[in-house]
Write a protein that binds this ligand. Structure first.
Ligand code: SF4
Length: 265
């Protein structure tokens, strides 16, 4: 299966921001060994929280020290030479400590972790409108279920930007996971969408109506149709320069840029 037969929310969002970047990554399949340190740190924090909840679900409540140990081990095991720090003056150690702070704050705010967790890091493979030609994939950070059909989809964000209520009410990612959940489970009575902005200890909750989900499916299908049309008919995937170019690894391929990205060290 090629990637254009199965889409992810992040892929479709990258198309919206810069179609050229989407094409380099998902159609031309140009893979770069580079990775931003914010993304690297975010993955390690996710692994630490996964470890924490796996321990809890096995009946053990780990001390925070052992969560830190797991984080440090994964950080060292996964570290590689192509991790970029785009911000001048910031160091690897600063990001390591930032990740530790995120874990400590989450631990403090959520102990004793008595949430009814049903799954961690769940891979979702689903269709839009139950149509096989609109297949999507995603990874859900945590799914809670009270056993009575009431679910909560939890997402951990380590980035600088926290969504406000209005932005969360209009965000598509967790809403798509709700669509996946309702497709895969019987008797879903309610679904809450919960974001944990772990840098700040902020939790934002939202819900979606059936009509909102219907509109989201419509807009995602429209974007997929546009991508497929452009790919098939040789249409345009224009480069759209923006601030996020500083974090883009496709400067060599981009018609709007010259040479390699000077912001990536
Ligand atoms: S450098 Fe900027 S304009 Fe070029 S592909 Fe990357 S994000 Fe798009």
């Amino acid at each position: 299966m090629t990637v254009l037969e199965r889409f992810s929310y992040s892929g479709l969002e990258s198309y919206k921001k810069c179609p050229a970047q989407f094409k380099f990554r998902y159609i031309d399949n140009i893979r770069k060994p580079d990775e931003g340190i914010e993304a690297f740190m975010g993955k390690r924090v996710h692994e630490a929280l996964e470890f924490l909840y796996t321990e809890v679900s096995s009946g053990r409540l780990p001390f925070i020290d052992s969560v830190f140990d797991h984080y440090e081990k994964m950080w060292n095991d996964q570290w590689h030479e192509r991790i970029a720090i785009a911000k001048r003056g910031e160091r690897k150690e600063d990001y390591f400590r930032l990740g530790e702070d995120c874990i400590a704050r989450f631990y403090r705010n959520n102990q004793p972790f008595s949430d009814p967790v049903e799954g961690i890091e769940l891979e979702m493979d689903f269709m839009l409108d139950s149509d096989e030609s609109y297949r999507m994939k995603g990874i859900l950070d945590r799914l809670d279920h009270d056993g009575q059909g009431n679910y909560e989809i939890h997402d951990y964000k380590t980035g600088k930007r926290a969504l406000n209520q209005n932005q969360a009410d209009n965000d598509g990612q967790l809403a798509l996971y709700q669509i996946a959940l309702e497709q895969q489970r019987d008797n879903v009575k309610s679904v809450a969408l919960v974001w944990h902005f772990v840098r700040y200890g902020i939790v934002v909750r939202s819900k979606r109506t059936t009509e909102q989900l219907r509109q989201l499916v419509g807009s995602m299908k429209k974007r997929i149709d546009e991508i497929r049309f452009n790919e098939k008919e040789g249409g345009e995937f224009p480069a759209k320069p923006m601030i996020l170019c500083n974090w883009c690894y496709y400067w060599e391929e981009c018609p709007q840029k010259k040479g390699s990205n000077p912001f990536i060290k």
